[in-house]
Design a binder for this molecule. Structure first.
Ligand SMILES: C[S@@+](CC[C@H](N)C(=O)[O-])C[C@H]1O[C@@H](n2cnc3c(N)ncnc32)[C@H](O)[C@@H]1O
Length: 276
Protein backbone atom coordinates (compact mmCIF):
# COMPACT_ATOMS: atom_id res chain seq x y z
CA UNK A 1 0.00 0.00 0.00
CA UNK A 2 1.34 3.39 -0.94
CA UNK A 3 0.59 5.33 2.27
CA UNK A 4 0.03 9.07 2.59
CA UNK A 5 3.25 9.43 4.53
CA UNK A 6 5.26 7.89 1.73
CA UNK A 7 3.87 10.34 -0.83
CA UNK A 8 4.51 13.27 1.50
CA UNK A 9 8.04 12.24 2.33
CA UNK A 10 9.01 11.73 -1.29
CA UNK A 11 7.63 15.18 -2.10
CA UNK A 12 9.45 16.77 0.79
CA UNK A 13 12.71 15.00 0.29
CA UNK A 14 15.20 16.36 -2.22
CA UNK A 15 16.31 14.32 -5.18
CA UNK A 16 19.74 12.68 -5.06
CA UNK A 17 20.95 15.12 -7.72
CA UNK A 18 19.71 18.15 -5.68
CA UNK A 19 21.45 16.82 -2.58
CA UNK A 20 24.67 16.21 -4.48
CA UNK A 21 24.60 19.71 -5.95
CA UNK A 22 24.02 21.26 -2.52
CA UNK A 23 26.79 19.26 -0.89
CA UNK A 24 29.32 19.88 -3.58
CA UNK A 25 31.46 22.67 -2.22
CA UNK A 26 35.01 23.22 -3.38
CA UNK A 27 34.34 20.95 -6.33
CA UNK A 28 36.87 20.64 -9.20
CA UNK A 29 36.07 23.92 -10.96
CA UNK A 30 35.73 26.11 -7.88
CA UNK A 31 38.96 24.65 -6.45
CA UNK A 32 40.74 25.29 -9.74
CA UNK A 33 40.00 29.03 -9.53
CA UNK A 34 40.32 29.33 -5.72
CA UNK A 35 43.84 30.78 -5.63
CA UNK A 36 42.97 33.23 -8.39
CA UNK A 37 39.82 34.35 -6.54
CA UNK A 38 41.86 35.07 -3.42
CA UNK A 39 45.10 36.24 -5.03
CA UNK A 40 45.01 39.42 -2.90
CA UNK A 41 44.53 37.60 0.39
CA UNK A 42 47.64 38.24 2.47
CA UNK A 43 48.55 34.76 3.73
CA UNK A 44 51.96 35.95 4.95
CA UNK A 45 50.39 38.64 7.10
CA UNK A 46 47.99 36.02 8.48
CA UNK A 47 50.91 33.76 9.39
CA UNK A 48 52.62 36.73 11.11
CA UNK A 49 49.39 37.15 13.08
CA UNK A 50 49.37 33.45 14.05
CA UNK A 51 52.95 33.74 15.28
CA UNK A 52 52.01 36.88 17.20
CA UNK A 53 49.22 34.90 18.92
CA UNK A 54 51.56 31.98 19.73
CA UNK A 55 53.80 34.51 21.51
CA UNK A 56 50.96 36.39 23.16
CA UNK A 57 49.54 33.20 24.68
CA UNK A 58 53.04 31.88 25.47
CA UNK A 59 52.78 28.64 23.51
CA UNK A 60 55.99 27.15 22.14
CA UNK A 61 55.00 25.93 18.71
CA UNK A 62 56.87 23.47 16.53
CA UNK A 63 54.11 21.27 15.13
CA UNK A 64 50.96 22.71 13.56
CA UNK A 65 47.79 21.04 12.32
CA UNK A 66 45.97 23.10 9.67
CA UNK A 67 42.29 22.07 9.48
CA UNK A 68 40.54 22.85 6.20
CA UNK A 69 43.92 23.75 4.73
CA UNK A 70 42.45 24.22 1.24
CA UNK A 71 45.16 24.79 -1.36
CA UNK A 72 47.76 24.89 1.42
CA UNK A 73 48.62 28.57 1.54
CA UNK A 74 48.98 28.88 5.34
CA UNK A 75 50.56 25.42 5.69
CA UNK A 76 53.19 26.14 3.06
CA UNK A 77 54.08 29.57 4.43
CA UNK A 78 54.34 28.13 7.96
CA UNK A 79 56.42 25.21 6.65
CA UNK A 80 58.79 27.71 5.02
CA UNK A 81 59.13 29.38 8.43
CA UNK A 82 60.40 26.10 9.90
CA UNK A 83 57.26 24.58 11.46
CA UNK A 84 56.24 20.98 10.93
CA UNK A 85 52.78 21.17 9.38
CA UNK A 86 50.02 18.70 8.57
CA UNK A 87 47.13 20.06 6.50
CA UNK A 88 43.77 18.31 6.26
CA UNK A 89 40.98 19.06 3.83
CA UNK A 90 37.86 17.23 2.69
CA UNK A 91 38.02 18.44 -0.91
CA UNK A 92 40.00 16.12 -3.15
CA UNK A 93 40.80 18.84 -5.64
CA UNK A 94 41.90 21.39 -3.00
CA UNK A 95 44.24 18.79 -1.45
CA UNK A 96 45.59 17.85 -4.88
CA UNK A 97 46.44 21.49 -5.60
CA UNK A 98 48.13 21.82 -2.19
CA UNK A 99 50.13 18.61 -2.77
CA UNK A 100 51.13 19.75 -6.25
CA UNK A 101 52.62 22.95 -4.75
CA UNK A 102 54.86 20.82 -2.51
CA UNK A 103 56.58 19.28 -5.52
CA UNK A 104 58.44 22.51 -6.26
CA UNK A 105 59.41 23.07 -2.64
CA UNK A 106 61.33 20.05 -1.42
CA UNK A 107 60.14 20.69 2.15
CA UNK A 108 59.68 17.43 4.02
CA UNK A 109 58.10 19.23 6.98
CA UNK A 110 54.76 19.74 5.22
CA UNK A 111 52.22 17.01 4.63
CA UNK A 112 48.68 17.08 3.22
CA UNK A 113 45.95 14.55 3.95
CA UNK A 114 42.44 14.28 2.60
CA UNK A 115 40.01 13.83 5.48
CA UNK A 116 36.96 15.25 7.23
CA UNK A 117 37.81 17.49 10.18
CA UNK A 118 34.72 16.21 12.00
CA UNK A 119 36.22 12.76 12.47
CA UNK A 120 39.88 12.48 11.51
CA UNK A 121 42.38 10.59 13.62
CA UNK A 122 46.15 11.05 13.56
CA UNK A 123 48.81 9.50 15.74
CA UNK A 124 50.60 12.84 16.13
CA UNK A 125 49.89 15.49 18.77
CA UNK A 126 50.36 19.17 17.90
CA UNK A 127 51.34 22.38 19.70
CA UNK A 128 48.87 24.39 17.64
CA UNK A 129 45.77 23.60 15.62
CA UNK A 130 44.66 26.32 13.20
CA UNK A 131 41.59 26.54 10.99
CA UNK A 132 41.67 29.62 8.83
CA UNK A 133 39.22 31.48 6.58
CA UNK A 134 35.91 30.49 8.17
CA UNK A 135 36.44 26.72 7.78
CA UNK A 136 34.58 26.09 11.06
CA UNK A 137 31.59 27.94 9.56
CA UNK A 138 31.20 25.01 7.15
CA UNK A 139 30.35 22.83 10.15
CA UNK A 140 26.73 23.84 10.53
CA UNK A 141 25.37 21.60 13.29
CA UNK A 142 26.05 21.79 17.04
CA UNK A 143 26.80 18.09 17.46
CA UNK A 144 29.29 18.15 14.55
CA UNK A 145 30.94 21.25 16.02
CA UNK A 146 31.33 19.66 19.43
CA UNK A 147 32.67 16.49 17.78
CA UNK A 148 35.20 18.59 15.84
CA UNK A 149 36.27 20.67 18.85
CA UNK A 150 36.60 17.55 21.00
CA UNK A 151 38.70 15.91 18.31
CA UNK A 152 40.89 19.02 18.01
CA UNK A 153 41.49 18.90 21.77
CA UNK A 154 42.50 15.23 21.48
CA UNK A 155 45.11 16.16 18.85
CA UNK A 156 46.66 18.95 20.94
CA UNK A 157 49.52 18.59 23.39
CA UNK A 158 48.77 19.60 26.99
CA UNK A 159 49.89 23.24 26.50
CA UNK A 160 48.33 23.45 23.05
CA UNK A 161 46.47 26.30 21.37
CA UNK A 162 43.55 26.19 18.93
CA UNK A 163 43.10 29.23 16.69
CA UNK A 164 40.33 29.71 14.13
CA UNK A 165 38.39 32.53 12.52
CA UNK A 166 34.64 32.63 11.93
CA UNK A 167 31.88 35.04 10.95
CA UNK A 168 30.71 36.97 14.00
CA UNK A 169 26.94 36.76 14.61
CA UNK A 170 26.45 40.27 16.06
CA UNK A 171 28.12 41.80 12.97
CA UNK A 172 26.32 39.56 10.45
CA UNK A 173 22.96 40.62 11.93
CA UNK A 174 23.99 44.27 12.19
CA UNK A 175 25.67 44.69 8.80
CA UNK A 176 23.71 42.03 6.83
CA UNK A 177 25.28 40.08 3.96
CA UNK A 178 24.84 41.70 0.56
CA UNK A 179 25.16 40.65 -3.06
CA UNK A 180 28.67 41.12 -4.47
CA UNK A 181 30.34 40.83 -7.82
CA UNK A 182 34.00 40.02 -8.32
CA UNK A 183 35.81 40.21 -11.64
CA UNK A 184 39.32 38.88 -12.06
CA UNK A 185 41.35 39.30 -15.21
CA UNK A 186 44.24 36.88 -15.03
CA UNK A 187 45.65 37.08 -18.52
CA UNK A 188 44.26 38.15 -21.86
CA UNK A 189 42.71 34.73 -22.31
CA UNK A 190 41.67 33.96 -18.72
CA UNK A 191 38.87 35.72 -16.85
CA UNK A 192 36.70 34.98 -13.83
CA UNK A 193 33.40 36.60 -13.01
CA UNK A 194 31.69 35.63 -9.72
CA UNK A 195 28.32 36.76 -8.40
CA UNK A 196 27.79 36.12 -4.69
CA UNK A 197 24.18 36.07 -3.50
CA UNK A 198 23.64 35.50 0.22
CA UNK A 199 20.46 34.44 2.02
CA UNK A 200 20.41 35.12 5.75
CA UNK A 201 18.68 32.68 8.08
CA UNK A 202 18.83 34.35 11.48
CA UNK A 203 17.11 31.48 13.30
CA UNK A 204 19.57 28.85 12.07
CA UNK A 205 22.65 31.12 12.32
CA UNK A 206 23.33 30.39 8.65
CA UNK A 207 24.04 32.47 5.57
CA UNK A 208 23.43 30.40 2.47
CA UNK A 209 25.87 31.81 -0.05
CA UNK A 210 25.23 31.12 -3.71
CA UNK A 211 28.26 31.57 -5.97
CA UNK A 212 27.56 31.85 -9.68
CA UNK A 213 30.79 31.69 -11.62
CA UNK A 214 31.69 32.33 -15.21
CA UNK A 215 35.20 31.17 -15.94
CA UNK A 216 36.61 31.79 -19.38
CA UNK A 217 39.94 30.26 -20.34
CA UNK A 218 41.16 30.33 -23.90
CA UNK A 219 38.37 28.71 -25.88
CA UNK A 220 36.66 27.13 -22.87
CA UNK A 221 33.76 28.70 -21.04
CA UNK A 222 32.66 27.20 -17.72
CA UNK A 223 29.49 28.40 -16.02
CA UNK A 224 28.76 26.81 -12.67
CA UNK A 225 27.32 27.34 -9.20
CA UNK A 226 28.13 26.33 -5.67
CA UNK A 227 26.04 26.85 -2.50
CA UNK A 228 28.04 27.34 0.66
CA UNK A 229 26.15 27.19 3.96
CA UNK A 230 28.10 29.38 6.35
CA UNK A 231 27.29 29.35 10.03
CA UNK A 232 27.93 32.49 12.07
CA UNK A 233 28.66 32.42 15.78
CA UNK A 234 27.91 34.29 18.99
CA UNK A 235 30.34 34.61 21.91
CA UNK A 236 28.38 32.60 24.46
CA UNK A 237 27.75 29.61 22.18
CA UNK A 238 31.41 29.47 21.15
CA UNK A 239 32.47 29.53 24.78
CA UNK A 240 29.92 26.86 25.70
CA UNK A 241 30.76 24.48 22.84
CA UNK A 242 34.52 24.82 23.34
CA UNK A 243 34.26 24.34 27.09
CA UNK A 244 31.97 21.31 26.68
CA UNK A 245 34.69 19.96 24.37
CA UNK A 246 37.28 20.33 27.13
CA UNK A 247 38.96 23.68 26.45
CA UNK A 248 39.65 25.62 29.63
CA UNK A 249 40.03 29.18 28.27
CA UNK A 250 38.41 30.90 25.28
CA UNK A 251 39.24 34.38 23.94
CA UNK A 252 37.79 36.37 21.04
CA UNK A 253 39.55 39.06 19.02
CA UNK A 254 38.69 40.97 15.85
CA UNK A 255 40.43 39.10 13.00
CA UNK A 256 44.08 40.18 12.57
CA UNK A 257 43.92 42.32 15.73
CA UNK A 258 45.15 41.75 19.26
CA UNK A 259 44.27 44.85 21.24
CA UNK A 260 40.48 45.10 21.61
CA UNK A 261 37.29 43.11 21.97
CA UNK A 262 35.19 42.45 18.86
CA UNK A 263 31.99 44.41 18.32
CA UNK A 264 28.97 44.35 15.97
CA UNK A 265 31.02 45.85 13.15
CA UNK A 266 33.64 43.07 13.09
CA UNK A 267 32.46 40.52 10.53
CA UNK A 268 35.43 38.21 11.12
CA UNK A 269 36.71 37.24 14.51
CA UNK A 270 39.55 35.08 15.76
CA UNK A 271 38.77 32.49 18.40
CA UNK A 272 41.62 31.36 20.61
CA UNK A 273 41.11 28.33 22.85
CA UNK A 274 43.59 26.87 25.27
CA UNK A 275 43.63 23.35 26.53
CA UNK A 276 44.63 24.47 30.03
C1 LIG B 1 37.35 29.03 2.54
S1 LIG B 1 38.28 27.57 2.32
C2 LIG B 1 39.70 27.93 3.34
C3 LIG B 1 40.93 27.21 2.87
C4 LIG B 1 42.23 27.65 3.57
N1 LIG B 1 42.17 27.44 5.00
C5 LIG B 1 42.56 29.08 3.23
O1 LIG B 1 42.63 29.90 4.16
O2 LIG B 1 42.75 29.39 2.05
C6 LIG B 1 37.41 26.38 3.31
C7 LIG B 1 38.02 25.00 3.24
O3 LIG B 1 37.40 24.18 4.23
C8 LIG B 1 37.30 22.87 3.71
N2 LIG B 1 36.30 22.12 4.49
C9 LIG B 1 35.00 22.41 4.66
N3 LIG B 1 34.41 21.47 5.43
C10 LIG B 1 35.38 20.57 5.76
C11 LIG B 1 35.39 19.36 6.52
N4 LIG B 1 34.30 18.90 7.11
N5 LIG B 1 36.57 18.70 6.64
C12 LIG B 1 37.70 19.16 6.04
N6 LIG B 1 37.74 20.29 5.30
C13 LIG B 1 36.59 20.99 5.16
C14 LIG B 1 36.92 23.09 2.27
O4 LIG B 1 37.15 21.96 1.47
C15 LIG B 1 37.80 24.29 1.91
O5 LIG B 1 39.04 23.90 1.38
Amino acid sequence: MLGKNKIQSSRESKSYEDEKREQMVFGPLYSQIYDALYKDKDYRRECDYLEELFKMFRVKVKKILDLGCGTGNHSIELGKRGYEVVGIDISEKMINIATEKLKNLNNKKIKFIRDDIRNFSLKDRFDAVISMFAVIGYINENDDLIKTFYNVREHLKEDGIFIFDVWFGPAVINLKPTQKVKEINLQESEKIFRITTPKLDVMKHIVEVNFKVIYAREDNLHIFEENHKMRFFFPKELELMLKISGFKRVYLLPFLETEREPNENDWNITVISLKK
